[in-house]
Design a protein around this ligand. Structure first.
Ligand SMILES: [Ca+2]
Ligand SMILES: [Ca+2]
Length: 93
């Protein structure tokens, strides 16, 4: 198979897209404390998301991590964040 020069521009375009994927704008991103799964609600599913993170099943990243990190120690997700989210759900904090 010859190297198809005609396909090159498209390949480069795809590569550029791969290297710099569109970054979601802040306008539609949840920053609600406790909203670990970024669906604009704080409920049991956020606790499950933090549990999955702690168990290494599905790691939370970026804003999801920041939302989930509601209790000390900050920068770390652990049982205290689960308790903190529970308190948010029950409205006691
Ligand atoms: Ca949520
Ligand atoms: Ca924490």
């Amino acid at each position: 198979m010859a190297l198809g020069g005609g396909n090159l521009p498209n390949t480069r375009k795809m590569l550029a897209h791969y290297l710099s994927p569109p970054i979601p704008t802040g306008t539609n991103m949840s920053t609600i404390p406790g909203d670990a799964n970024m669906d604009f609600e704080v409920n049991i599913f956020d606790i499950l998301a933090v549990r999955d993170h702690i168990f290494g099943i599905t790691l939370l990243k970026g804003q999801a991590f920041a939302n989930a990190d509601v209790a000390e120690e900050f920068g770390v997700l652990n049982i205290f964040d689960i308790l903190g989210i529970r308190d948010i759900i029950f409205g006691v904090r």
